[in-house]
Design a protein around this ligand. Structure first.
Ligand code: NCD
Ligand code: ZN
Ligand code: ZN
Ligand code: ZN
Length: 352
């Protein structure tokens, strides 16, 4: 057994559900889950109710996050069918613009070419455009990024063809980055059958062949992001179940297992979870911020003691080889041995 100290992790893709979804998660519970997972900065998605689509709504969300957050939080602005004229004004308060090209949870889907063009034209250059794009839409968005000179970040890449296309575009000089999730790295469609609605998310779990391609193309992956997307057990049992699974508390146990299995080095894991997200989203470092992890002994992921309000995980029962011992944010212990010590409001909201 060894204990290692890593810098606090940055998760560029989480859904903390405020406003409008606080029965699923809120800033206080979601950031507690982050700290328990060794994550000290999360970038929060705009598909809330109402969605975060202009400067006023961004300010309202900031006013909810500031007193609730136990770790640091950055906020995305959401692209909608009718807000392209407003995004530039709101950009200084956001970490990036989020565009949903395919159907998923929330009201923000845009599949119309002229609206997409308007957003790629309007967004001030510098901060990334993060995109939910699957299949052919990946190729379309690569083209838009090149044509409008925008930096595109692909969320939750899950298929062999997608990661191959992204790798190829990068070799040709396209300014694109991408993330993959632990659930697409560790689960497949066989798990989706076993888990029923608790294994349903967008993009859906894929074949072992797709999963293998993500691992073999890890050199072209910039970030591991959880896409922490909590829904209640009751909602997941409903018809149809909303897509999404929680992930903040299981990223490090799973990825440290991959380190033990020599699928990647600890140094590479730090690039994927700290250095690269900081660079892509222009985030300054958090001084005196670290996470202490234990690597080696086997334990089993359970639903007991989770801090996410939804109270479940698709990884329950999975044996893992790493766990978070304690997390420190700006010199103050925020999580230790199963207990959250950070208070709501101790986290900072970026760009405020
Ligand atoms: C996300 C959610 O629930 O907000 N769901 C999901 O299945 N990933 C939306 C998203 O990230 O696409
Ligand atoms: Zn070490
Ligand atoms: Zn998505
Ligand atoms: Zn998401």
């Amino acid at each position: 057994m060894t204990v290692h100290r890593l810098p606090g992790l940055i998760d560029p893709h989480v859904h903390l559900r405020e406003p409008g979804g606080t029965h699923k998660e809120d800033y206080a519970t979601g950031t507690a889950a982050a700290l328990a997972g060794g994550i000290t900065l999360v970038l929060d998605m705009p598909n809330t109710y109402p969605p975060t689509t202009d400067a006023g709504l961004l300010a309202e969300k900031r006013a909810l996050a500031a007193p609730g957050a136990r770790c640091d939080v950055g906020l995305y602005l959401g692209a909608s069918r009718d807000n392209a004229a407003q995004v530039a004004e709101a950009a200084p308060g956001a970490v990036g613009l989020k565009i949903y090209v395919n159907e998923t949870y929330g009201p923000l889907r845009i599949d119309d070419l002229s609206t997409l063009m308007a957003h790629f034209r309007a967004w001030p250059k510098g901060k990334p455009i993060a995109v939910h794009a699957e299949g052919l839409a990946v190729a379309q968005v690569i083209a838009l990024g090149i044509l409008y000179g925008q930096r595109v970040h692909f969320c939750h890449v899950s298929r062999k063809a997608e990661i191959e296309l992204i790798a190829h575009a990068r070799q040709k000089g396209a300014r694109i980055t991408c993330e993959v999730t632990p659930h697409h790295l560790f689960l497949t469609e066989a798990d989706a059958d076993r888990l029923g609605p608790f294994g349903q998310m967008r993009p859906s779990l894929a074949t072992p062949y797709d999963q293998f391609a993500l691992w073999t193309h890890l050199d072209f992956v910039d970030c591991i992001a959880t896409d922490h997307a909590p829904h209640t057990v009751e909602e997941k049992r409903g018809v149809p179940p909303p897509p999404g699974v929680p992930g903040l508390e299981t990223l490090l146990p799973l990825m440290l297992t991959a380190v033990v299995e020599k699928r990647l080095s600890l140094e590479r894991l730090i690039e994927l979870t700290v250095t690269n997200p900081a660079r892509i989203f222009g985030l300054s470092g958090q001084p005196d911020t670290w996470v202490e992890v234990e690597i080696g002994p086997t334990w089993e992921i359970t639903e007991q003691g989770l801090f996410t309000k939804c109270g479940w995980t698709p990884f329950a029962g999975m044996p893992v080889r790493g766990r978070v011992l304690r997390t420190c944010l700006r010199g103050v212990i925020a999580y230790e041995e199963g207990r959250i010590l950070a208070k709501p409001g101790q986290g900072r909201v970026l760009f405020s």
